[in-house]
Design a protein around this ligand. Structure first.
Ligand code: PLP
Length: 365
């Protein structure tokens, strides 16, 4: 049976390591933060080539706290994209700021740097490029414009663990970067978790306080904070899984290559990572104007697919309040009508890709 993602398949390969790590936490009696989380933070910062990682309870909390640590608050504007998971935009409003959207580059489905400058106002404080699907956003021009206007850059790397841009890991490109460890992400916990990485010691210090009720030391609440702490069990699980991440990302890239070689001449629009970027393939997303017919025909042959995402943020009822009419972001809206995610996970059997490609070829003729 072909599955869109199979988290059990991965668990079976690391079961013994995971159970040993869980046993250590359960016997330690330290269930929130503590040594397992600290060890993971050290290893994850090293993986991202940053000085610090701060573990929190979700990717959404990571975005919220990164914005607060950057000093974003009411009256500020934060620029991001309309084609992302809803959490990116939600976090900006959690911080009390106003989301300002700019359209995507249709080739990458990430922020179009050429549209950034025109969206900047005297109130703009930060920019959140999203490395959507695991494809790094075009960070060089984004960073250049942000430096010129004194804006803080926060990467939304929730889908991009292991992606590389011009030889540098995502997470180390902006001032701060946010990761999600939601179970299905490239590096997934067995529950909710997230992290902010940064090389700025002051941001790291503020993040550590904000996630734990604003405490500088026990009972020393110097900031108004949150209960956004990472669970020790998740920290221990992530510590084990991080050791396997490079292999898993390599497997995802090999699967993408396999899809590419089988589907190259079908007329379907496949991912084309720009030169000098290494996609991490959290999702393998193709595009076709015939999306809904193809999706139904694949489903009829028991091939599951996904749509990430069927609506741009400004088209969602909850975000009509942003005040952007339909048609404002043509590339995002077009992508929302055309994108189709094919099965992708590290343990995906190559024979499944053969079968999927065989069916797709017959449908695309
Ligand atoms: C998953 C995701 C988030 C939110 O992470 P959670 O851990 O689910 O809170 C934020 N941004 C993007 C792009 C995501 O894919």
């Amino acid at each position: 049976m072909i599955r869109f993602v199979d988290l059990n398949a991965q668990y079976h390969t690391i079961q013994d390591e995971i159970q040993a790590a869980l046993h250590d936490v359960l016997s330690s009696g330290q269930f929130v933060l503590g040594t397992a989380v600290e060890a993971f933070e050290r290893d994850f910062a090293a993986y991202c080539h940053t000085a610090f990682a701060v573990g929190v309870n979700s990717g959404t909390s990571a975005l919220h706290l990164a914005l607060l640590a950057a000093g974003v608050g009411p009256g500020d504007e934060v620029i991001t994209v309309p084609f992302t998971f809803v959490a990116t935009v939600a976090a900006i409003e959690y911080a009390g700021a106003t989301p300002v959207l700019v359209d995507i580059d249709p080739r990458t489905c990430c922020m179009d740097a050429a549209q950034l400058e025109a969206a900047i106002t005297p109130r703009t404080k930060a920019v959140i490029p999203v490395h959507l699907y695991g494809q790094p956003a075009d960070m060089r021009p984004i960073l250049e414009i942000a430096r010129h206007h004194n804006l803080i850059v926060i990467e939304d790397a929730a889908q991009a663990h292991g992606a590389i841009y011009h030889g540098q890991r995502v997470g180390s490109l902006g001032d701060l970067a946010c990761f999600s460890f939601y179970p299905a992400k490239n590096l997934g916990a067995y529950g909710e978790a997230g992290a902010v990485v940064t090389s700025n010691a002051e941001y790291a210090r503020t993040l550590r306080m904000l996630r734990d009720w604003g405490q500088e030391g026990k009972h020393q609440h110097v900031l108004k904070g949150f209960n956004y702490r990472m669970s020790a069990l998740q920290g221990a699980i992530l510590g084990v899984k991080l050791r396997h991440l490079e292999g898993w990302v390599a497997a995802r890239r090999a699967h993408a290559q396999h899809y590419q070689s089988l589907l190259a001449d079908t007329g379907l629009q496949l991912p084309t990572p720009p030169d000098d970027t290494q996609h991490a393939y959290h999702l393998y997303v193709m595009r076709t104007p015939d999306r809904d017919r193809l999706r139904a025909a694949l489903a009829a042959q028991d091939i599951p697919t996904g749509i990430h995402y069927p609506y741009a943020i400004h088209q969602l009822p909850a975000y009509h309040t942003l005040g952007y009419a339909d048609g404002t972001f043509p590339h995002a809206e077009h992508a929302a009508r055309e994108v189709l995610s094919l099965p992708m996970y590290a343990e995906l059997p190559p024979e499944h890709i053969d079968q999927i490609a065989h069916v797709l070829k017959s449908l695309a003729q």
